[in-house]
Design a protein around this ligand. Sequence first.
Ligand code: TXA
Ligand code: MG
Length: 333
Amino acid sequence: MILTKQYKIIYKYFDRVNKKMKKTIYRPNNYSLYKAVNVLNQSGVIGFPTETVYGLGGNAYSDQAINKIYEIKNRPKINPLIIHVSSFKLAETLGEFSDTAKNIALQYWPGPLTILLNRKANNGISEIATAGLNSIAIRIPSNKIAHLLLEKFGKPIAAPSANLSGTVSSTSASHIFDDFGSQIDMIIDDGPCLHGIESTIIDARDNNLKILREGSITKEDIFRTTNLIIDENSENKIIAPGQLEKHYAPKASLRINVEKPDKDEFYITLGKSNNFTNSINLSQNADLTEFANKIYSVLRELDDKKIKKIAVAPIPNSGIGQAINDRLKRASK
Ligand code: TXA
Ligand code: MG
């Protein structure tokens, strides 16, 4: 093949990126899990799949690992991390479970629910991971690879979403590589995430239950399964920095609840919609689960394509629609 000089330079660049990617991204198998456990034991940082979004994980007992997570994410140290464990038994060593909290945990774990509890004294978790607070947010993920990893590691993994602070979460291994390159020791690639939106966070420190972040498990679900009522006004109270106004944001500007986009806007829509020229329909059947599953990936793609203005159609505010609207609202600030 005859290559022009310019093409050769570009080719070499992509070849280098590809080689780096190959050295960082691993398929899930015994070897990569063994390697991941070694990295975690040496206070390294890994990208790993969960059923919600990918996590940027480190040994939750190690200040060194936790510092590295904050540093590469450019995350303010006041924003604590979720602690992931493989079993309820291990979770009980970390936080104080009331009967109510235990009831919810047994109902939803493993799964996309994070429970905020009072932190047990001397539980060994790095104080930096919980931002010096006397609370702790814990979850048991249901993704098979995450579960195997946690079991093999045997210790808690502190993991925020695997994206630069304030930006769109990663729902695939390549998203993580785009954000961090080979700054992290390895990424386990388990394909696209099942839900594509972060876990629901419930504050169960006392019997006055509050939702701190909406997700695929809604307060209606929790009521239906446990008869527990969640404080309706809880969403206004910012105690988790993930509730900060601007968050989950692409580089492009984003307008929400748009029925008719402007000419210079790229339109994200769902259901039966007119054929707009610059648009993408994330679910022809207006299936909100499908929409949630695709939205982050599409926002990242539009950024890659240097789209400057995005408009999103109105999203029904029911079920997971509440979580989608919450994220889109913050992304649009
Ligand atoms: O689905 C998820 O939850 C993903 C996967 C990787 O598990 N993780 C995730 O982490 O979304 P992150 O760091 O992006 O969001 C965690 C949220 C933040 O808003 C943080 O402030 C809140 O949880 N949080 C963690 N520990 C807390 C604590 N002790 N008190 C209050 N909020 C806490
Ligand atoms: Mg996050």
